[in-house]
Design a protein around this ligand. Structure first.
Ligand code: N01
Length: 571
């Protein structure tokens, strides 16, 4: 029987109860709703703070925003009809087109009628008596759900600006992650951009073309490489569509979830000439080919990494005319790929323009934002507009912002005070029937996101189906399985170069945030195999509970196997 009842609250208002509640109406929430409602026949309600669908693509409307994985791969695979009927106009679609795509999906599958927009969820509390999640806003409980799917994304909570005096600035101030829908006209203005991550690099390139003067405030230079964007080639599209299912399988069997297939084992096993040939070819081909389709040891071996890092540094020096500016733009003190490598179109040439100035705020930090602009330790820059491209409280931030409280009043923020603790990056002990889509300690941000999302939504909804088929109420990971997973993610990270770099992967971009690697670094194929094994063994590492039998007795079936070592397949 599907759950859709109206349990009275303590007051007079009726609170609807659904089988499943989903938070977020981006790639995750839309697919989760389709799967729960249309494929499983369950009642479901999606909540989103935004005014419409789109998730990250609803908010990030800054100039230059586009995806960094080829759109024919960065798209849903769950519906053959959808992937056949949709046509991308560019290799790497820009934000407006991706948002149109998600709107098309919402309309095509009639999803909007079960989404409540403009609703900020501030509490998600597990009621152990009723075995339900209570979903609240600041005005109180608004819904209940037996299963809770958090499709809140990894990069949806903006980093708080740490600049003294920011509130005194009299000009316009914008954040890349919450860009005005009507756009911004920078013509004739003196604009300052703070931050040179993927968002900053995309925005800087476009704003420079329009502003009277652009001043870029850079703390850490990045290893940006060409995206290689172009109009979609109809023949490529035809070929992909003629064997889309096969290509999707190939994607899912690739480290980053893109069907590249030229990677060689080691940069150190080939001659300098061969390395140069490989790097040159991948640099021209664009996308993440240099990063994941050149040599497999770049993230694991510093000497191998140095060869790629030096290749990118040389390209920066070639492309930027002023040697001093080129030097400022050249990363020197961290390995290539240990921050997500941004992809660009003529980013470095932007610094050859007369109307662009680069300021090194590691050498001369920002001291103060005043009414008129930005003061560093040595200079004052008068500005009409400031753009903050300073990043996100990544991965854990979105989950910890919703007031999640599990069994026995356990707050997620307390449990994760020293870093995320999950099993498979999708569940956490103490929080029954809660699934984090692309959560911390899954490959998520190092996996092609729409495919990562589909995998996680499928895992969550398969688990829900299993519960229902077996007349069980709850699923929750055991502490033992979780502890082993956390240790496994840590051990994998220690085999890479990631932990040494200050990045959002490590939580190092937010002052005071625990410094732990939040990404599973064994690659999407190994991860998918582990999840499939867990499922095949009847949810190994989880406790599945039935609260009351028909005779009214409690029943508990633990499927955990704490003595045996899990995850042997990738050790
Ligand atoms: O954020 P970031 P982002 N003072 O954290 C600087 C995805 N994405 O929004 O490196 C001065 O990478 C900070 O400097 P530093 C993608 O996964 C994808 O750009 O900390 N500077 C850095 O330069 C990406 O990785 C696309 O020293 C400060 C910048 O701000 C992720 O989103 C497009 C500062 C922040 O860079 C995040 O990218 C855009 C301070 N107090 C984003 N605080 C696609 O192409 C921060 N900075 C799909």
């Amino acid at each position: 029987m599907n759950l859709k009842t109206n349990i009275p609250t303590t007051g007079s208002a009726q609170v609807e109860t659904f089988d499943a509640v989903v938070i977020g109406a981006g790639f995750s929430g839309l697919y989760a709703l389709h799967r729960l409602r249309d494929q499983m026949g369950l009642s479901a309600r999606v909540f989103d703070i935004a005014g419409d669908v789109g998730g990250t693509w609803y908010w990030n409307r800054y100039p230059g925003a586009r995806c960094d994985i080829e759109s024919i791969h960065y798209s849903y695979s769950f519906s053959e009809e959808l992937q056949q009927e949709w046509t991308w106009s560019e290799r790497f679609a820009a934000q407006p087109e991706i948002l149109r795509y998600l709107n098309h999906v919402a309309d095509r599958f009639d999803l909007r009628k079960d989404i409540q927009f403009n609703t900020q969820i501030t509490s998600l509390v597990w009621n152990d008596k009723n075995k339900l999640w209570e979903v609240g806003t600041k005005d109180g409980t608004i819904a209940r759900g037996k299963y809770l799917i958090a499709g809140t994304g990894n990069l949806s909570v903006a980093k708080t600006p740490e600049f003294k005096g920011v509130e005194t600035f009299k000009g316009e101030i914008y954040a890349t992650g919450n860009w005005p829908h009507e756009g911004v006209n920078f013509a004739g203005k003196r604009v300052g951009v703070i931050g040179t991550g993927a968002s900053g690099i995309q925005a800087i390139t476009e704003i420079a073309k329009e502003a009277a003067h652009l001043t870029v405030f850079q703390r850490t230079p990045n290893y940006a490489t060409p995206i290689g964007n172009a109009p979609m080639d109809p023949e490529t599209e035809r070929q992909v569509k003629s064997r889309y299912a096969e290509i999707r399988t190939k994607s899912r069997n690739a480290f980053l979830g893109i069907p590249y297939d030229q990677v060689q084992p080691s940069a150190l096993a080939v001659s300098a000439e061969e390395r140069r040939r490989v790097y040159d070819a991948r640099y021209v081909q664009g996308g993440f080919r240099l990063f994941v389709d050149s040599f497999a040891d770049l993230l694991f071996n510093k000497e191998a990494n140095d060869t790629a890092a030096e290749f990118v540094r040389a390209k920066i020096r070639e492309r930027v005319k002023d040697p001093q500016v080129a030097d400022m733009l050249t990363p020197k003190d961290y390995p290539y790929g240990t921050k997500r490598p941004p992809l660009e179109t003529k980013y470095y040439e932007t610094y050859n323009r007369d109307n662009v100035t680069l300021v090194d705020i590691k050498a001369t930090p920002i001291e103060l934002i005043t009414e008129h602009g930005i003061c560093t330790t040595t200079d004052e820059y008068e500005l009409d507009a400031i753009v903050l491209a300073i990043g996100f409280d990544a991965m854990t931030g979105p989950l910890l912002s919703m007031g999640i409280v599990g069994r026995h009043g356990l707050k997620l923020e307390d449990k994760w005070a020293n870093g995320p603790l999950t099993y498979l990056g999708i569940t956490s002990h103490g929080f029954p029937n809660l699934f984090f889509i692309t959560g911390p300690q899954s490959p998520s941000v190092l996996y092609n996101m729409p495919l990562a999302i589909e995998d996680h939504v499928d895992f969550a909804t398969d688990a829900i189906r299993y519960l229902r088929d077996h007349d069980l109420d709850t699923i929750e990971p055991t502490l033992e399985a979780e502890t082993r997973w956390v240790a496994h993610v840590y051990e994998l990270s220690q085999q890479t170069l990631m932990p040494g770099t200050d990045s959002w992967y490590m939580g190092a971009n937010i002052p005071g945030k625990p410094r732990v690697c939040m990404v599973y670094l064994g690659g999407a194929p190994a991860y998918r195999k582990i999840c499939a094994d867990v499922q095949a063994k009847g949810y190994e590492g989880f406790t599945l509970d039935r609260t009351m039998t028909t005779e009214g007795r409690g029943h508990r079936r633990s499927l955990a196997t704490p003595k045996r070592k899990l995850f042997t397949c990738i050790e």
